[in-house]
Design a binder for this molecule. Structure first.
Ligand code: SF4
Length: 454
């Protein structure tokens, strides 16, 4: 008689890992005969006693590596996936069925350019529609709220018109997907950008995303960060970025996600002989700026770019002795602007100066910058080998996969060699003990027995 299959997947069963692992499983034998506790003692000096985040037990880390070697799992990511579903591995590591495995506490992101296979003189000028940035709707709402609070009328928006905003761009006739890059201290021409995110521990690459060379680093950042966190289910606590990402929307996005962000500092552009912006002090209580001559610059309006404008009184400025260092405006009025999300930038900037911020930022050059340096030196990452965005994306993914595999193999080999040396050291001690001390001890014991019998 045939019975319909009973769906057992969602049934609750009361079992322990101990019951699920076969009695003769290799990992049971290893656990029974080898004590791994010495790893904890041997690595104790590498951990701070009273500071920092709680670390993963080094015994567990080593055991994970042994599982990889014992069962021929060559990829660390694959290893983690296997541990997620294998009850024997979980039993060996001391994990519960529902424990998560990866930390991924600190992520570093940066971009590098790959020269497109396209001559920079072969292009056509095209009018293209400007794609609104993802954060613009949020910023527009914030602008309208701010203007309404200040009693200002709503702004007339471009999208009220039927024609979308356009801009002129250079499009390569050879590789139209590449973007014309014109950045400070960078080569000019058609390029692609590889936006890469690496983990803070071993600089394993967790994301690589290619855009045309004329896309600003900050544009894809938050979406890629969300993707990495969701895809690998990482409990990210901090991110490290260079100064190119120091924009109001990225700072706000990081703080909205409750992350500790640390970014590089870029000196603001400044005209010689003029005051710096920092010479104008913001008074958050009065919501005004105070100029170097002590005059108050009250709030005037909030513009459509999201900047609040603070303007001086021209009558006061006309007689000011330091006006030559302050403004060149014909009506003698000084204007200072402050972005609606400036507070987020200030909070992120304060992180940079903290002890933790300094430590995290210093690690950036050892992780993501090193990752790009290796890619360029060893994996042909200076040039796009193909034409077209999809093919260059494939090139960057392959390069990242090779770098990760190499790093995993080296790490695992180094750690396994260190452990093997330790085990061999113990084995040699055991051999010495068996060869020299055991006969002596037995001889001594036999003599004692003979004396007692006599
Ligand atoms: S010109 Fe006006 S705003 Fe500038 S320092 Fe003098 S008083 Fe202040």
């Amino acid at each position: 008689m045939l019975k319909p299959a009973y769906p057992a997947q969602t049934e609750l069963e009361m079992v322990t890992l101990e019951q699920l692992v076969p009695k003769d499983h290799l990992l049971r034998l290893l656990d029974q005969h080898i004590r791994f506790d010495f790893i904890r003692e041997a690595t104790q000096h590498l951990y701070c006693e009273n500071n920092g985040r709680p670390a993963i037990d080094p015994v567990v880390l080593f055991k994970m590596l042994f599982i990889g070697y014992l069962f021929g799992i060559r990829s660390e990511r694959r290893l983690v996936k296997e541990i997620e579903v294998n009850v024997a591995y979980r039993w060996f590591l001391g994990f519960r069925l529902t424990d998560k495995l990866i930390g991924g506490r600190v992520l570093y992101t940066d971009s590098t350019h790959l020269k497109a296979n396209a001559n920079k003189r072969h292009f056509e000028a095209h009018q293209v529609e400007q794609t609104p940035a993802a954060y613009l709707a949020e910023l527009d709402a914030a602008i309208e709220t701010d203007r309404a609070a200040a009693g200002k009328k709503p702004l007339k928006r471009d999208d009220d018109d039927s024609t979308p905003p356009m801009k002129e761009v250079k499009v390569s006739t050879v590789d139209p997907d590449a973007g014309f890059m014109a950045r400070d201290n960078k080569p000019t021409g058609f390029f692609y950008l590889d936006h890469r995110t690496v983990d803070g521990v071993h600089a394993l690459i967790v994301d690589t995303h290619v855009t045309p060379g004329n896309v600003h680093d900050s544009q894809p950042y938050l979406a890629r960060l969300d993707r990495v966190m969701e895809r690998f289910d990482l409990a990210v606590g901090a991110v490290g970025l260079d100064a190119g990402y120091f924009t109001p929307q990225v700072c706000k996005g990081i703080l909205d996600r409750e992350l500790f962000g640390v970014m590089g500092y870029k000196r603001p552009t400044h005209r010689d002989g003029y005051f710096y912006k920092r010479d104008y002090l913001y008074d958050a209580v009065q919501d005004c700026y105070r100029c170097p001559a002590g005059e108050v610059l009250p709030y005037r309006t909030t513009n459509r770019l999201g900047y609040r404008e603070y303007a001086s009184n021209p009558a006061r400025c006309a007689d000011c002795g330091v006006r030559g260092q302050c403004t060149q405006s014909r009506n003698h009025q000084k204007l200072v602007t402050r972005h609606l999300w400036e507070g987020f930038k200030e909070a992120i900037n304060a992180n940079r100066l903290s002890d933790l911020g300094k430590r995290l930022y210093a690690r950036r050059k050892e992780t993501v910058e090193r990752s790009f340096a290796d890619a360029k030196e060893l994996h042909g990452h200076r040039y796009a080998r193909f034409r077209g965005l999809a093919k260059v994306q494939a090139q960057c993914l392959l390069s990242a996969a090779c770098q990760n595999m190499k790093k995993m193999a080296l790490l695992l080999a180094r750690k396994a060699a260190a452990l093997l040396a330790k085990i061999l050291g113990q084995a040699l001690f055991a051999a010495d003990f068996a060869r020299y001390y055991l006969p002596m001890a037995l001889h001594h014991e036999n003599s004692r027995i003979r004396l007692v019998s006599a």
